[in-house]
Design a protein around this ligand. Sequence first.
Ligand SMILES: [Zn+2]
Length: 445
Amino acid sequence: MIESGALARDILIRDGRVSALVEPGAASAGDEIDASGLLAMPGAVDAHVHFNDPGRADWEGWPSGSRAAAAGGTTTVIDMPLNSLPPVLDGGSFDAKRAAAERGSLVDFALWGGITGADDAALRELADRGAVGVKGFMCDSGVPEFSSIPDDQLEAALRAAASAGLLVALHAEDDTLLRDATRAAQVAGRRDAAAWADSRPPLVEVRAVARAYAAARDAGARLHVVHLSSREALGAIGAARRDGVDISVETCPHYLVFDRDDVSRLGAILKCAPPLRDRANRDALWNAVSDGRIDLVASDHSPCPSDLKRRGAGDIFAAWGGVAGVQSLLVTLFTEAVLRSGGSLDTRKIAGFVAWRVSTKPARRFGLWPRKGNLAVGADADVVLLDPDPEWTLDVEDSLTRGLSPYVGRAFRGRVVRTIVRGRTIFADGRVVAEGGGRFVARSA
Ligand SMILES: [Zn+2]
């Protein structure tokens, strides 16, 4: 028996799809899974991962990254165009990324293209191949081969993306402001972990979001703001919506459960851009996830070799910025929702809320719904079975990413006991039980 939403239902799967949802025991099947006491959710659709493969597979890679995803109940990842080599900026590099993923991924995958300017031909190639959209930077991307969109070309780039039918995901940090604040911190001799957040204050994000939405409004572009970090920027998002801009926004688990004190305690493992902020900011972001001002939560999984983190011990500016979180997306959100409800909410309702934010909303926004993010007849049978009760800690040997995870040693409530992609079990009882087989999913709307 499986709990689907608030109801007990048996889920029937045929040829990789959900073929029926029926009263418990009303049908039989050749192969039955007893899910008594478990919650069935549509597998997570992680809209923001960097698996860096081809090119930097030693940082992560499709086999390792997708195994970590499977262990966390993620059945589809949407991979970012940068940190892999070549970056995905046209049809040829898109094909290379797709081929690497088809060779190595255990979970299904969709792909972001990249945008660095108004290159109409390249954008059309990406759109024709089914990219979910294109990602661009308003500041330095962190890697030399992926340029930011110059300030004076932002509107033209957004216009070109709109005419190719592509949504634009923006890393919204104002380049001028953050360079000024970074210089000030470094001139003051700061190298400590807290200097990172001080070098990228909330205004850096607010100003970028405000400018991006004004440009998107004039260009008629659809916008997605990735990894929103500051409560101050929620105001600019609200203004964009009131202005009629088609805008969505994500935040990441690390902004919801860690703060700048954790960066001082744990160091560069939690260095990311934009940076972690204070406790009150965490609460404000959580409230925005709860009431829908933040549409969805994605991991922004961006690991690196451990020495690129360790070099931050003496100088936070020298470390790679990125947090490894693909394995813990769903359970982090579930745990936090249970804690914040103070035990007052039914775990089935919490699972429904989590599924909406990490599965259904991203699938809808990025054109993968109703095939993904949807536990309904006709959809792909991507199912995660969650035991809502256990309290447990992530051990280092169970962390499957190649990178260092700040979630190792952390306590969780609720455990993924089985992950199913198109009817095929890929993770069960604490172990990855399959290899490869992940398929490309093109944007369908
Ligand atoms: Zn990212």
